[in-house]
Design a protein around this ligand. Structure first.
Ligand SMILES: Nc1ncnc2c1ncn2[C@@H]1O[C@H](COP(=O)(O)OP(=O)(O)OP(=O)(O)O)[C@@H](O)[C@H]1O
Ligand SMILES: [Mg+2]
Length: 271
C-alpha cells in the first residue's frame, strides 16, 4: 500500500483549482521528482502533501491520514513526520550550524533544554552524525549566514533528517545553486534516501538531475499529470509534451504506465 495515495484529487486554494484528476501512489523509499513549467502547480502539489494547500475534491492519503479531514493535533503529528526543504533554505541566520540542525529535533526534545540550547552527549553525537551525512561537520560552530548557498542547503537537509521524518518534501532545493553545489545537494538527498529510507519528493527544474538521481519522475502540465514513469522514459518528445504551453482545459491523459522503477530502491525502503 502506498505511503502517499491520491485518487481523482483536485488540489489548490480556496478560490482556485490548480491540479485536477490526480491519481498516484508513492511508495516508502522512493526518490521522486516533480517537473513541469513554471506556475503549473509543482509547489501546490508538494505542499498539498503536508496539508498546506487544500484538497478541493477527491482523496489524498498520507501515511494513513486522510488529508480531506485532518486537523488539530493529528495534523501536527503528521507534519512532524514530514521534513520540508525550500529553495531559500529557511535557516535561522544568526544561529550556528549545530543549533540549526538541533532545531529539527525540537518536537522530540523537552522545551527548556531546547530553548537553552543545552544538548546531552547523545544528542551531540546524533547531530554530529547528521553533520557528517551532509558533509558540514567542519562548520559545526559557524553561523549559518556565513555559509555558501550549497552549505546552507545541506544544513537544511541535516535539519530535516534530524526531525527523523519518513518523507522529505524539497521545493526546488537546487535552483539557486551553482552546478557543483547543486550536485552535492542532490547527492545529500540521495544519502538521506538510501541511509535512512526517507521518501524524497522534490520539485526540480533541472532535468539532468531528475534523470540522474530519481527513481521516478512525475511531469505536470495543464493542471494534470502528463507523465509518470522512470527517468529513462523522458525522451525528447515526452519532455516537449511536459513543457508545451497548455491551458488546463486542454490537458490530456497520462502517457506512461504506473511506476516501473529503473533504479533499485534502498534496502531500508523494504523494511
Ligand atoms: N497562496 C496562493 N493562493 C492562490 N493561488 C496561488 C497561491 N500560491 C500559488 N497560487 C497559484 O497556483 C498556481 C500554481 O502555482 P505553483 O506555485 O504551485 O506553481 P509551480 O509549478 O511551483 O511554479 P514555479 O515553477 O514557478 O515554482 C499559480 O497559478 C499560482 O499563481
Ligand atoms: Mg514552485
Amino acid at each position: 500500500m502506498g505511503q502517499i495515495i491520491a485518487s481523482n484529487l483536485t488540489l489548490g486554494y480556496r478560490r482556485k483549482k490548480v491540479l485536477q484528476g490526480i491519481d498516484l501512489s508513492i511508495d516508502k523509499g522512493e526518490f521522486l521528482s516533480i517537473i513541469g513549467p513554471s506556475g503549473v502547480g509543482k509547489s501546490t502539489f508538494l505542499m498539498g502533501l503536508n496539508a498546506t494547500t487544500t484538497v478541493l475534491d477527491g482523496h489524498l492519503q498520507v501515511m494513513g491520514h486522510d488529508l480531506n479531514r485532518v486537523g488539530g493535533r493529528e495534523l501536527k503529528s503528521l507534519r512532524a513526520r514530514i521534513g520540508v526543504i525550500f529553495q531559500s533554505y529557511n535557516l535561522v541566520a544568526r544561529l550556528s550550524v549545530l543549533d540549526n540542525i538541533a532545531g529539527g529535533m525540537l518536537h522530540r526534545r523537552p522545551l527548556l533544554p531546547a530553548l537553552l540550547k543545552h544538548y546531552s552527549h547523545q544528542q551531540y553525537e546524533e547531530i554530529y552524525e547528521y553533520m557528517k551525512v551532509v558533509g558540514i561537520e567542519h562548520e559545526a560552530l559557524s553561523r549559518c549566514d556565513r555559509l555558501s548557498g550549497g552549505q546552507k542547503q545541506r544544513v537544511a537537509i541535516a535539519r530535516a533528517i534530524a526531525q527523523k521524518p519518513e518523507i522529505i518534501l524539497a521545493d526546488e532545493p537546487i535552483s539557486s545553486l551553482d552546478p557543483i553545489s547543486a550536485r552535492k545537494v542532490m547527492e545529500t538527498l540521495r544519502q538521506a534516501n538510501q541511509k535512512y529510507g526517507i521518501t524524497i519528493v522534490s520539485n526540480l527544474h533541472q532535468l539532468d538531475y531528475a534523470r540522474e538521481f530519481c527513481h521516478r519522475v512525475i511531469g505536470l502540465n495543464g493542471g494534470r499529470i502528463v507523465y509518470d514513469g522512470p527517468p529513462g522514459g523522458l525522451c525528447q518528445a515526452t519532455v516537449a509534451r511536459i513543457y508545451e504551453k497548455k491551458e488546463p482545459a486542454q490537458a490530456s491523459d497520462i502517457v506512461a504506465g504506473p511506476f516501473p522503477s529503473t533504479l533499485p530502491l534502498p534496502a531500508t525502503a523494504l523494511n
